[in-house]
Write a protein that binds this ligand. Structure first.
Ligand code: SME
Length: 171
């Protein structure tokens, strides 16, 4: 399968998400492995918008600890406690978080000093249990807004959709 990474930066954001979502759905059709899905989403999203860091932190101790998962970019912090930083805040609240300027977010964890703005979207499985957060960092301030929440939320719904086979246990 030859997949092309799309560069969608020239498009209005909503149109870009329509194209990106269609591409991700097409590439993940028939896929049941969550790590493969996280890696694929990270890569396509990262290159579509030219971000600094794009990836997942997985819940390894529910309510307590996130650990880095598949990502694109410079090395991310390995572990983040619930409630710490932007990722830990989104994990603790179960709500998306947009940080227009990371210097103004108390407790922001700077894995890469070039990061200026950030968005974190919680990821739920089909039982509505939090399994990860999707974290995206950009090199410019104010890069993310409600259109990104609206665009990214359907993408991470993949993890909450029923799937047969060797993925998450159904039932
Ligand atoms: N900035 C994040 C930490 C993860 S890295 O940016 C990859 C935070 O404050 O949670």
């Amino acid at each position: 399968m030859a997949e092309t990474t799309l560069d969608l930066r020239a498009l209005p954001k909503r149109d870009a998400y329509v194209q990106l979502t269609a591409q991700i759905e097409s590439v993940l059709a028939g896929v049941t492995d969550e790590i493969a899905a996280m890696a694929t989403i990270s890569s396509l999203l990262h290159h579509a918008f030219g971000y600094l860091w794009t990836g997942f932190y997985r819940v390894v101790e529910p309510g307590r600890l996130l650990r880095v998962g598949p990502y694109q970019g410079t090395p991310g912090c390995l572990e983040i406690a619930f409630g710490r930083g932007v990722c830990g805040s989104a994990a603790a609240s179960g709500q998306p978080v947009i940080v227009p300027n990371v210097d103004e977010f108390p407790g922001h964890i700077a894995c890469d000093a070039r990061a200026k703005s950030e968005i974190v979207i919680p990821v739920f499985d089909r039982r509505r249990a939090l399994i990860a957060v999707l974290d995206v960092d950009a090199e410019t301030t104010g890069r993310f807004d409600d259109d990104d929440i609206a665009g990214l939320t359907p993408i991470v719904r993949w993890f909450g959709a029923p799937r047969p086979g060797p993925g998450r246990t159904l039932g």
